[in-house]
Design a protein around this ligand. Structure first.
Ligand code: KG4
Ligand code: ZN
Length: 331
């Protein structure tokens, strides 16, 4: 079965082809970072307009690269939420009308679920149960994935998400959007801590997170500091470590308490190299940590195509009604 996956929930237009026997055949992502960069955050209307412009040429390019044609498609999977309403609508309208024209099925995919299972695209022997730490621009959710379709959220952020705080601190440091990779780059050469930043809720007796106090604290320090390259790097280093400390501590604690040895770390922030290195370094010997391929950490069509295939055995009813769910939950 050949599945086309379409991701358009935010500022990436991602398309991919997944074959049930051969895996991901190709994927393509257009990021709108330049468009939104000058505003310091995503402008939903501009995002929708760019998805409209890019969907058709990107699909053409993907099919050409893979030497396939529209008639080879068996199923179209698309992100139905959560995300921004306009961008979700463009992807849904495109997916449904294409499926209708080709007389094939389409399937709605939850963006968060797709992030969680994105690890299994490359880790073919990994199966639930596992602990999932989803850290993205929109979400920070710790959950237990018992089996496909059976999830239990054990903790989430009570305010900002981890990615959002990376973006906001980076902006105050004068770094471009998206801030996560920029903070990571700025901190690369630093070896020693200079600032003592808080680790919010690290010892709370639940699995929730809070990053907004850390953000305010770091921004206060930024406001009192002359922003030389050296100072930017030092602040980036200590800020990055503060977030990573909390994420690692809580995730490993959950793995121990619930006696689940396999852990997946997914979502845009999981592209962070220090996060990857430190998780592998600080885990206990009998714990396994899995990350998606770096290209499938941030938003992409491959995870949508793959999730579409996983869900293809469900009962699918084609309908041209478009009802994106911008705030849908995974349970
Ligand atoms: O999963 P994603 O692409 O979109 C959402 O579903 O939200 O995540 C985007 C977030 C942004 O906040 C971005 O700054 C962050 O992921 N991010 C990173 C890195 N790469 C992307 N954060 C830290 N380090 C990175 N290398
Ligand atoms: Zn995402």
């Amino acid at each position: 079965m050949l599945v086309l996956g379409i991701e358009s929930s935010c500022d990436e237009t991602g398309l991919a082809l997944y074959h049930s026997n051969n895996g991901i055949l190709g994927h393509i992502v257009n990021s709108q970072h330049e468009i939104h960069g000058r505003y310091g955050g995503i402008v939903p209307e501009l995002a929708s307009r760019d998805h409209v412009l890019k969907l058709v040429p990107l699909l053409d390019e993907l099919l050409n690269r893979c030497k396939l044609e529209l008639k080879d498609l068996d199923l179209i999977a698309f992100t139905n939420g959560p995300g921004l309403m306009g961008p979700l609508l463009t992807g849904a309208a495109f997916a449904k009308s294409l499926a209708w024209a080709l007389n094939i099925k389409h399937i709605e995919v939850n963006h968060l679920e797709a992030h969680i299972f994105s690890v299994m695209i490359t880790e073919k022997n990994l199966n639930p149960p596992f602990i999932s730490m989803l850290v993205s621009g929109g979400h920070t959710i710790l959950s237990i994935i018992n089996q496909k379709n059976e999830y239990k959220i054990i903790g989430k952020t009570v305010d900002d998400s981890a990615g959002e705080v990376f973006d906001k601190v980076a902006r105050q440091l004068g770094l471009p959007y998206p801030g996560g990779p920029e903070i990571s780059k700025a901190s690369e050469k630093i070896r020693n801590s200079k600032y003592k930043f808080p680790r919010p809720m690290i010892n709370s007796n639940n699995y929730n997170f809070s990053f907004s106090g850390l953000k305010t604290h770091v921004i206060q320090v930024i406001n009192e500091t002359k922003l030389t390259n050296q100072n930017i790097s030092n602040i980036a280093f200590d800020f990055e470590n503060a977030i990573i400390d909390v994420l690692i501590h809580k995730t490993l604690k959950a793995s121990q308490e619930f006696n689940i040895k396999n852990i997946v770390i997914v979502g845009g922030v999981s592209a962070n190299k220090k996060l990857r290195f430190r998780f592998q370094n600080e885990k206990s010997n009998n714990t396994n940590i899995f990350f998606p391929d770096i290209a499938f950490s941030t938003d992409n069509g491959a995870m949508i195509a793959y999730m579409g295939w996983i869900k293809s055995k469900d009962n699918i009813v084609n309908s041209l009604n478009i009802k994106p769910n911008p705030t849908s939950k995974i349970i």
